[in-house]
Design a protein around this ligand. Structure first.
Ligand code: NAP
Length: 277
């Protein structure tokens, strides 16, 4: 593999226990010789990843905590300072997808939780760790948002808002740290991971439709690594994400309207409650 700027760097990956974050951790370790510090809540899954890494396992360590706990981030920053440990790259990937539903059906707790995990966790991690990261010659922060940050769909009010907040925050901090830190924003479309676990069970017709527009996790991770390699500012990945991005650029809020009509006409059960009379 040709040398690239993040080879052998120390990288924090949040959401390393599953899906995109897990595979990203694996590839950074195996293909780029990185030392990865994985963060997620489920310790057993992080331990399983370490085990599966076999001869590479010394390159992976982990901390099991909730990324929306700001005190944990402060403690972690203290630990690194005491150990004199340089962090080169912070990848804020952990996130949740609340079930597709009408805004009026979400409890305030569900709304708080989505905002905390999908948005504030990145604010907390960056607040605590930026002083450390900025000391690196290869300082970089990658925030994983979503195509939902570019175009809001019915049934995703809270998720879209949390990811749009992350996008706006990232855009501003990027300008403030220009020349000192590479800051990338990734907006994936539907990707085949377990993130849909809390959604209604799909029929085979719905599953087929989802599969048609979804990107495999392996491809998504390759695209993310390629985007990091080229130090791209904004990356939109997946057919659905490109359609939403282009649609919103061309016709603005009408794109949300058209997309919602398509969701309604599709009759798919995952969207049914959103449009019930
Ligand atoms: N898959 C898609 O279609 C898609 C599309 C657009 C954007 N994205 C974004 O891509 C990112 C990764 O998603 P994915 O598809 O890989 O989902 P996933 O397979 O469900 O993985 C999510 C990861 O985030 C961690 N996580 C969730 N809440 C956490 C918390 N409070 N504290 C610590 N870790 C937490 C989970 O670990 P624990 O449960 O062990 O804590 C898990 O490792 C998310 O930000 C998601 O919004 C995904």
């Amino acid at each position: 593999m040709t040398k690239c700027w993040f080879d052998c760097k120390t990288v924090i990956v949040t959401g390393a226990s599953s899906g995109i974050g897990r595979l990203l951790s694996e590839k950074l370790i195996k293909d780029h010789g990185c030392n990865v510090i994985g963060i997620a809540r489920t310790e057993s899954k992080l331990a399983a990843l370490k085990e599966e890494l076999g001869r590479y396992s010394h390159k992976f360590c982990y901390y099991a905590f909730d990324v929306s706990d700001k005190n944990k981030w402060a403690e972690l920053a203290d630990t690194f300072e005491k150990e004199n440990r340089q962090i080169d790259i912070l990848i804020n990937n952990a996130g949740i997808l609340p079930k597709f539903d009408r805004f009026e059906n979400y409890s305030l707790e569900e709304i708080d939780s989505a905002m905390e995990i999908n948005f504030f966790s990145s604010v907390y991690s960056m607040k605590a760790l930026m002083p450390n990261v900025l000391k690196s010659e290869s300082a970089a922060i990658i925030n994983v948002a979503s195509s939902a940050a570019l175009c809001s769909l019915a049934g995703t009010s809270v998720y879209s808002a949390s990811k749009a907040a992350l996008k706006s925050f990232t855009d501003a901090v990027r300008e403030e740290t220009r020349g000192r830190c590479y800051i990338g924003l990734i907006c994936p479309g539907f990707t085949k991971t377990d993130i849909f676990r809390s959604q209604k069970k799909s029929s085979s017709k719905a599953q087929k439709a989802m599969d048609m527009v979804s990107t495999s996790c392996d491809r998504m991770v390759r695209l993310i690594i390629n985007s990091m390699w080229k130090k791209k500012k904004d990356s939109v990945f997946g057919i659905d994400a490109h359609l939403m991005d282009t649609g919103c650029r061309l016709i603005g809020p009408y794109c949300s309207g058209i997309s919602s009509k398509v969701m309604k006409i599709s009759g798919l059960e995952i969207f049914r409650d959103i449009f019930a009379e």
